[in-house]
Ligand binder design. Sequence first.
Ligand code: ADP
Length: 252
Amino acid sequence: MPTEPTETHDLIRFENVTKRFGDTTVLDDLCFSVRPGRHVTLIGPSGSGKTTILRLLMTLERPDAGTIRVNGGKLHPADEKHRREVRKKIGMVFQHFNLFPHMDVLRNLTEAPVRVLGLDRDEAEQRGRDLLELVGLSDKAHARPAQLSGGQQQRVAIARALAMRPKVLLLDEVTSALDPELVAGVLDLLRDIARTTDITMLCVTHEMGFARDISDEVLMFDSGKVIESGSPEKIFGDPGHERTREFLGAVL
Ligand code: ADP
């Protein structure tokens, strides 16, 4: 008989997390959890707190109340040494790529593995070249980011995150700054990664087709709370909440 999921099966847990900016409560006593290897998509209106969740996980923000656990351990965002450890295990890809503009593509991929993980440069370069092949940019190893299209830059940013061999990959609206014709290539790459690796993925996206394809679970947010969660078939096919129906009606 399958065992019920327990705390020890969760790679990520938000326990009664509240986050405020000034007078605005962005996350309100939020609870959710993600088991290892799952692909979870966060959807919901702009301003509902989705990006803040990813930034909290990355220790770029601190909660005002509650506990966030990764692999059972509590996050301590105030502790710089701890932040470095967390960022070894969690990779994040941003809307605006955030590549190092003064480094070539290969160096963008090798910098953190060398400096943070202590890989020797040859090993990091081999890893970097393998990843450039994966993302279809082997011929761009020595280009600067500014010489690449937005889609190519985003593929480099994905490769850069993977170069750290993270347990968790956070994707924050990674196609929303791209020209429409460049979106499909990036989403196809992410579909491949979701299919062929065991990385746990948390993904904020407005691409509902993509969310439907890659997600094991979809969380619908509104005003800092999960108002509905379930399989993509359930959320997209038969949403239970009026706000979900309204939101999907507006974006689909
Ligand atoms: P979403 O990703 O769902 O669009 P966000 O998590 O980006 O939502 O933002 C939630 C709310 O928090 C928004 O109202 C946003 O303006 C506010 N917010 C986010 N980051 C900050 C910040 N650093 N300072 C002040 N307000 C912020």
